[in-house]
Design a protein around this ligand. Structure first.
Ligand SMILES: Nc1nc2c(ncn2[C@@H]2O[C@H](COP(=O)(O)OP(=O)(O)OP(=O)(O)O)[C@@H](O)[C@H]2O)c(=O)[nH]1
Ligand SMILES: [Mg+2]
Length: 331
């Protein structure tokens, strides 16, 4: 959701101001963090006026303030900048590694009375770390103080890097906002795993319509699902880790699963269950619980791979939400 600065309410939500020249990558950063926002294409200034972007739109944890590019011909940014400074809680000083003319940004950063994180974009355009450090040293000298920084690659097509480092750095400025952004990042990541989870959920559901396969098949499929997800997240799913996940989730099904040796046989049992796959499978309780387990486990593995597994409340929230979603989808 975007609106002009004129309808800003007094901020109860922390405001993160993106300050940088036109084309520096401000909108690209917001998009990389939230999955939203229109990115300009090259030379024409992309963002026509100062905009705010509440995230998430419904219950915002952070408000991005994206001011019009600094140093843009025919636009005097003084008013925008004064307003932004009054509203913001912290600022990102956005500069492109391949743009040597940063005087307008540096002038702002020199006098800014806000916590500032320097965000250097275009790391892909200047791959040599030595050259990057020379750019940063120059900027440090011009600003006259040593500010924390991160490097990002935000190519319009291709691999985006540095978002994790940006979130780590933001954590110290805006912990609550950062937690919300991390949850969103995980949710986007889950979309890539969702087809896999749905396949396993359908297999588990198949045992509801073909009871011959037996009760053992559901935990086996769920065990195989966990192993498949762990591989995708590059997490070694040791019994100790599985116990942690089970206690975090606290669901009966998973506790049984965690203590059962059947997990190790899961891979063998899956093809048997797979043969009975049918559309009717989606209607069963095993479909829903397996899907919900996959959703929550994925969030847990995502966090575990990054050294910060989500807490119990978050996990159970995800599980319940996924369970409701899966049941509704099956209606
Ligand atoms: N290769 C590469 N391109 C980038 C990077 N960051 C931004 N771009 C490109 O630069 C152009 C401008 O990016 P935007 O995010 O729209 O820049 P902005 O700061 O919002 O610009 P204004 O809205 O005009 O102030 C887009 O085509 C981006 O795809 C980067 O790290 N690497
Ligand atoms: Mg923009």
């Amino acid at each position: 959701m975007s609106k002009t600065t004129t309808d800003l309410n007094p901020a109860t939500v922390p405001v993160l101001w993106l300050l940088g020249k036109t084309g520096a990558g401000k909108t690209s950063i917001i998009r990389a963090l939230t999955g939203a926002g229109a990115v300009g294409n090259g030379f024409a200034p992309g963002t026509r006026e100062a905009t705010v972007h509440d995230f998430p739109a419904t219950e915002p944890a952070v408000r991005f303030l994206d001011t019009r590019g600094l140093g843009e011909a025919g636009h005097d940014p003084a008013e925008d900048l004064a307003a932004a400074q009054g509203l913001a809680n912290a600022a990102l000083g956005v500069m492109r590694y391949d743009d040597p003319v940063q005087a307008p940004v540096i002038a702002q950063l020199r006098t800014l009375k806000l916590p500032v994180l320097l965000v250097f974009t275009g790391a892909d355009l200047l791959p040599d770390e030595g050259a990057r450090e020379r750019v940063r040293a120059h900027i440090r000298k011009e600003i006259g103080r040593d500010l924390p920084f991160v490097s990002l690659s935000l190519p319009p097509e291709g691999v985006v890097t540095g978002v994790e480092a940006l979130l780590d750095a933001l954590d110290s400025f805006m912990p609550r906002a950062t937690a919300a952004l991390r949850r969103a990042e995980e949710a986007r990541h889950f979309l890539t795993l969702r087809p896999l989870v749905l396949r396993y959920a359908a297999m588990a559901g198949a045992s509801d319509v073909a009871p011959v396969v037996g009760a053992a098949a559901v935990p086996a499929v769920q065990g195989a699902l966990l192993q498949a997800l762990a591989r995708r997240h590059k997490v070694d799913l040791t019994p100790a880790r599985l116990r942690l996940l089970a206690s975090a989730l606290g669901t009966g099904a998973l506790v049984r699963l965690a203590t059962s040796h059947v997990i190790r046989q899961g891979a063998k049992l899956v093809p048997v269950a797979g043969q009975t796959l049918g559309a009717a499978a989606a209607a069963g309780a095993s479909f829903a619980t397996t899907y919900a387990l996959g959703r929550a486990a994925s969030a847990w593995l995502y966090g575990t791979a990054r050294g910060a597994p989500p807490d119990q409340k978050t996990l159970r929230g995800l599980y319940d939400q996924a369970l409701r979603g899966a049941r509704d989808a099956a209606d």
